[in-house]
Design a protein around this ligand. Structure first.
Ligand SMILES: [Fe+2]
Ligand SMILES: [Fe+2]
Length: 139
């Protein structure tokens, strides 16, 4: 599989979130470029550590922003974040027990997160934010 190249099509219209999503794409690309990585490899352990931190930081930014702007899909969106954290935590446990399939599960999960969450759920920020920007500011 070829590494993912960032283009404007991946942009959700909020600069901070795009920058954070690029971090996820870099992690995904690191997995793609190291297809033979084993469960106990540095690649897998670095990525699991970084993903745990990424989920804390990035999801908090998105959720704070959604709350601040009365975003209508906050609950559904937050549920997906909860699922992601749970999956990453489970993968950390699986990795420390040496389960062989961790690298493949991790790669597939990151690809599907990009397609299903970032390009679907996060992408809905774009039109919402455009509308927000076009409204005159109160006060
Ligand atoms: Fe996101
Ligand atoms: Fe999100």
């Amino acid at each position: 599989m070829e590494p993912i190249v960032w283009t404007d099509e991946l942009s959700v219209g909020v600069v901070l979130f795009d920058e954070q999503h690029k971090r996820l794409v870099r992690m995904l690309n690191r997995m793609i470029k190291d297809p033979g990585a084993s469960t106990r490899s540095e690649t897998v352990s670095d990525i699991l550590t970084e993903l745990t931190r990424y989920a804390q930081e990035h999801f908090k930014c998105e959720e704070d922003w959604m709350i601040q702007h009365d975003y209508p899909r906050l609950e559904e969106h937050r549920e997906e974040h909860v699922e992601f954290r749970k999956t990453v935590a489970e993968l950390c446990v699986a990795a420390s027990s040496g389960l062989d399939s961790v690298p493949k599960i991790l790669l597939d999960y990151l690809k599907s997160w990009l397609t299903h969450h970032i390009l679907h759920e996060d992408m809905q920020f774009k039109s919402f934010n455009e509308e927000l920007q076009s409204k005159p500011t109160a006060g």
